[in-house]
Design a protein around this ligand. Structure first.
Ligand code: NI
Length: 228
């Protein structure tokens, strides 16, 4: 399931983040530094060194915005978030078709981290660059995402995806992974749909007994499918 999260960052947070990235200097390194064998052959971009001081400041802006985003919580059911990373594609840069590595080492703790969901947070106004579309393949075909600055797309890490070459301007973005409480995308999607339906019923003041039953059903399925 692909989920579009509008306005994860507000204008003030975007300004703060872009200011930090614009002045990051030599913390910008070749994106292949963190790519696996498959990714390195097709990855042409720059990214912020994940151990640089500036990375920590940028990561905390994004992580705290996600922690207070109810749509993100409902859709991703996060167990843990990989420290967000930041990349930049100038003219001629892109990232060919690949599947993200299934397990990564957490850069701060060294523990293993299973990538269930991939997330791209767009940081550049789409009018300022051409190309740079995020194309994601799922069972229903190819979806293209080029979202307003501050918006995020969340998609299963099992998906084949690519960033088409930038032909004008600069595409600045943030990306991260989520290890979800519910590893299976199909199960997580059912929970997301059920949660949405219960919230709508709550807002409409529908029959209380039925709502209580559905809320109980949600939690009992969550308990059944959670892996901690
Ligand atoms: Ni990727």
């Amino acid at each position: 399931m692909l989920v579009h999260l509008p306005q994860v960052l507000g204008p003030a947070e975007l300004d703060q983040l872009r200011g930090l990235l614009d002045h990051a200097g030599d913390a910008w390194i070749d994106g292949r530094a963190t790519a696996g064998h498959q990714g390195a052959a097709v990855k042409f971009n720059q990214q912020i060194d994940e151990h640089a001081e500036v990375a920590r400041s940028c990561q905390s802006i994004v992580a705290s915005a996600l922690e207070r985003n109810p749509l993100f919580i409902s859709a991703a059911l996060p167990n843990s978030l990989y420290p967000p990373m930041f990349n930049r594609y100038g003219v001629g840069m892109g990232f060919g078709a690949h599947v993200d590595g299934g397990v990564r080492l957490h850069p701060h703790h060294g523990t293993k981290f299973r990538t269930d969901l991939s997330a791209t947070l767009f940081l550049s106004d789409p009018a300022t660059y051409d190309g740079g579309d995020l194309q994601i393949e799922d069972t229903y075909g190819t979806h293209s995402a080029k979202l307003p600055a501050g918006d995020m797309v969340l998609y299963p890490s099992t998906s084949l995806h690519q960033v088409t070459p930038v032909t004008r301007g600069v595409r600045l973005a943030c990306f991260t992974w989520v290890q979800s409480l519910v590893a299976d995308d199909g199960e997580r999607t059912l929970l997301f749909q059920l949660d949405n339906a219960v919230q709508r019923l709550n807002e409409s003041g529908a029959d209380e007994t039925a709502r209580r039953t559905l809320t109980g059903l949600y939690h009992n399925l969550l308990r059944k499918w959670t892996q901690i």
